[in-house]
Design a protein around this ligand. Structure first.
Ligand code: HQG
Length: 179
């Protein structure tokens, strides 16, 4: 079983194109596990897929992208579908981090951190995670430090993704420091 390929396809279905799999997400982004399974099984690549494989995919993944609960499965973050997924508002840690490409810095300075094609801006709990995220866009990623607790106290909302990923609707540049 290629768990990395499976994780990519499950992410695509749950974050970006549930309709291609005839799935309807609930407000938290959850779908019945059996529905996702049957839909994936229609593809010959996944015809022998089982619930155990989905559980193993989640457990073996370095990044905590999905969770199974109450017979459903959902993605913790990353959504781009039109219906905005409801996330849990939560007081953030003192600082959060964001890894980005150097070529985006001028625009970020001008407009703040925006979600771009996703529903939320993605922030990292630690610098190491931010570096990994940033390297997806630029081999020498720029690391931004977010004055998150101050922003929260000023009324900017933050939401919990998983233990390493936090979300925000946007972050004005005055709360951003370039490392
Ligand atoms: C940038 C992956 C110009 C932003 C990762 C980022 C993460 C701006 C890019 C998760 C901007 C969007 C999300 C502005 C923000 N002007 N550029 N004003 N504001 N940007 O991929 O945060 O492996 O949508 O800096 O690990 O890189 O898929 O977001 O560079 O956790 O599970 O616009 O996706 O997780 O890029 O990554 P993305 P991201 P998975």
């Amino acid at each position: 079983m290629n768990f990395s390929e499976l994780s990519k396809e499950v992410s695509y279905a749950l974050r970006h194109a549930p309709w291609e799999y005839e799935l309807e997400l609930d407000e938290n982004g959850g779908v019945p596990l059996e529905q996702l399974l049957s839909s994936l099984q229609l593809n010959s690549k996944w015809e022998n897929l089982t619930v155990i494989d989905l559980i193993e995919m989640i457990e073996k993944s370095e990044k905590k992208r999905h969770v199974i609960y109450d017979g459903k499965i959902r993605a913790f973050y990353g959504h781009s579908i039109p219906m905005k997924i409801v996330k849990e508002e939560k007081t953030p840690p003192e600082f959060l981090y964001h890894g980005t490409a150097r070529r985006f810095l001028n625009s970020i300075k001008e407009k703040g951190l925006l979600p771009q094609s996703r529903q939320y801006v993605h922030l990292s709990q630690d610098i190491e995670t931010a570096e990994t995220v940033g390297k997806r866009h630029d081999n020498k990623a720029g690391i931004l430090i977010i004055d998150s607790l101050k922003a929260w106290n000023d009324g900017i909302k933050f939401y919990y993704g998983n233990e390493k990923v936090w979300l925000a609707d946007m972050v004005p540049y005055k709360y951003v420091l370039v490392k």
